[in-house]
Design a protein around this ligand. Structure first.
Ligand SMILES: C[S@@+](CC[C@H](N)C(=O)[O-])C[C@H]1O[C@@H](n2cnc3c(N)ncnc32)[C@H](O)[C@@H]1O
Length: 259
């Protein structure tokens, strides 16, 4: 079993997205590769939402799919397995990017969405899942995505929407756009809106998928439950679950076309 060095963490976002990524990689190595995709989908888009998004984006064999803010790479690996696409992953957190490469053997580059290391018009589709709500650089990320997409290329988004960017009790580092704000930002970046679906309309993930996520979570708690970074990451998750539960934020998957 090869190990990945933990990211150092430091901010709650680093603990949540980088340190836990290393621990998740460790857990999958112990529990088996069938745990990789469920554990590596770090947003809350399950398989039904990913299927919808892949069809909306007309992904098919050989589609060059760039996943911006890919995290551990679960959604991109799912699209590769189910739709035969050729993914490229970009993720700013180094442990997460390394873990994605090792878990799935997919090309994974450490970079931020506002400085994509790709040539103009070099990909057919972009996914950006759970990312726009975790950055203040929304316009810069969307402009870069538009630059690297071919004209007519598809953008698939998962965004947590709210009437307030920083509601009381929000996890650290989040800035939720409103529906109107997101539409305006997409328009400014040169996208034409397509279809959209609230994520709570999709069926829950199959029991086997959910069970694997739970096994990975239990493994991580057993191994790292005493690490202060575990408590910070847990608190981030609890805060998000509370906002979703009370309806202060709501998840939506949407599709847009590069004009
Ligand atoms: C909620 S996670 C989602 C990860 C993955 N897309 C998924 O659905 O499983 C948000 C991710 O966005 C990344 N991120 C945050 N700001 C970013 C930025 N400016 N550019 C690219 N990625 C960013 C974080 O490092 C984190 O991995």
């Amino acid at each position: 079993v090869s190990t990945l060095e933990d990211g150092d963490g430091g901010t709650p976002m680093e603990d949540e997205f980088d340190v836990v990524a290393g621990w998740t990689h460790e857990a999958v190595q112990h529990l088996g590769p069938d745990h990789a995709i469920p554990a590596a989908c770090r947003g809350t888009v399950g398989p039904a939402g990913l299927d919808w998004l892949a069809r909306a984006c007309r992904l098919g064999p050989g589609s060059r799919l760039l996943d911006v803010g890919a995290g551990l790479g679960g959604p991109a690996a799912y699209a590769a397995g189910s739709f035969d696409v050729a993914p490229l992953l970009v993720e700013p957190m180094p442990t997460a990017a390394r873990a994605a490469a090792r878990l799935f053997g997919l090309p994974s580059v450490v970079a931020s969405g506002q400085a994509l290391p790709l040539a103009p018009a070099s990909v057919d589709a972009v996914w950006c899942l759970g990312v726009l709500c975790t950055t203040e650089e929304k316009d810069a990320v969307l402009a870069e995505i538009r630059r690297v997409l071919v004209p007519g290329g598809a953008l698939g988004l998962y965004v947590l929407l709210s009437d307030r960017p920083h509601p009381l009790g929000a996890p650290e580092g989040n800035a939720f756009p409103s529906r109107t704000e997101l539409a305006e930002r997409l328009h400014r970046a040169g996208f034409t809106p397509g279809s959209a679906r609230p994520t709570d309309e999709f069926p829950a993930a199959p029991a086997a998928w959910a069970a694997r996520v739970e096994e990975v979570d239990a493994f991580i708690e057993h191994r790292h439950g005493n690490d202060p970074r575990f408590a910070v990451a847990q608190e981030q998750g609890r805060r998000m679950a509370r906002l979703l539960g009370e309806g202060t934020v709501a998840g939506e998957v949407l599709h847009a076309v590069a004009g």
